[in-house]
Write a protein that binds this ligand. Structure first.
Ligand code: SAH
Length: 237
């Protein structure tokens, strides 16, 4: 079954962009997922095809109009989750990505200007999703981040089904460091255990490294990991 994405944007020419290359692009070409790019401006009705207007109450910039956006949404909406890319949204996580990838697809609205009239967010039940605590110029790149993260999880998209499991966040830990040939690079050898052929020791080394990196770099993830697992299994400091 095809996972169906619809993107609503005033810059349709930005798509598929990076979603058209590599495994995600091949999956698009082969129909594992579909991308319907909807030009919000096509739903404007005035002579100037305007999609934005000045903010009520004053202030800088422009706001995306509720009526135009609502028409664009209504033309595309079916049972899929309806998302609005927004710095005010719930932060996107791998857990959320996994849930979306298991569903039928998504409808994603890309904001522009100062944002979107609050009434269309309410009236169309848009779920606001953020890709991080920084402000972009528009929702297009953010929507691509979300779509790429979802599509790579769809069955048949990644070459090796295994690589979907043992990576950053999948167990609440960051991924362990990776190495490949040459055996020595600028005086740095590959850690000997990785070339020992001892799979139990390799697994233990990787687990310890994943825990070390998570503890050092992401105290938030580390605290949550400890809370979930007790301290059992976690390497002592
Ligand atoms: N004035 C707004 C920012 C508008 S940025 C505010 O302060 O919240 C314009 C558009 O870019 C937004 O409507 C949203 O669609 C997108 N955008 C910006 N930063 C984003 C982020 N961190 N995550 C997701 N979308 C973002």
């Amino acid at each position: 079954m095809t996972w169906r994405a619809a993107v609503l944007t005033i810059f349709p020419e930005a798509f598929p962009g990076p979603l058209g290359v590599s495994l995600v692009g091949k999956a698009l070409a082969s129909g594992l997922w579909s991308l319907d790019v909807i030009d919000i401006r096509a739903y404007a009705t005035d002579r100037h095809r305007s999609v934005d207007d000045t903010p009520a109450g004053g202030g800088p910039g422009m706001v995306m109009r509720a009526d135009v956006l609502a028409r664009a949404i209504d033309a595309a909406a079916d049972g899929r989750p309806r998302l609005l890319m927004s710095p005010r949204g719930v932060p996107l996580t791998q857990k959320k990505v996994e849930a979306l990838a298991r569903g039928p697809g998504v409808l994603v609205v890309c904001g522009r200007f100062e944002g979107v009239d609050e009434r269309v967010i309410e009236a169309r039940g848009l779920e606001e999703v953020s890709i991080g605590d920084y402000v972009l110029a528009g929702g297009e790149v953010a929507s691509m981040v979300l779509l790429e993260a979802c599509v790579r999880l769809l069955p048949g998209v990644m070459g090796c089904a295994e690589s979907g499991r043992e990576e950053s966040f999948s167990e609440g830990l960051l991924e362990y460091p990776q190495y490949t040939r040459p055996q020595e690079f600028e005086g740095r050898p590959i850690p000997a255990v990785l070339t020992s052929g001892d799979h139990r020791r390799i697994a233990a080394f990787r687990r310890a490294e994943a825990e070390r990196l998570t503890r050092e770099r992401r105290p938030d993830l580390w605290a949550a990991y400890l809370a979930r697992s007790g301290t059992k299994g976690a390497t002592k400091e």
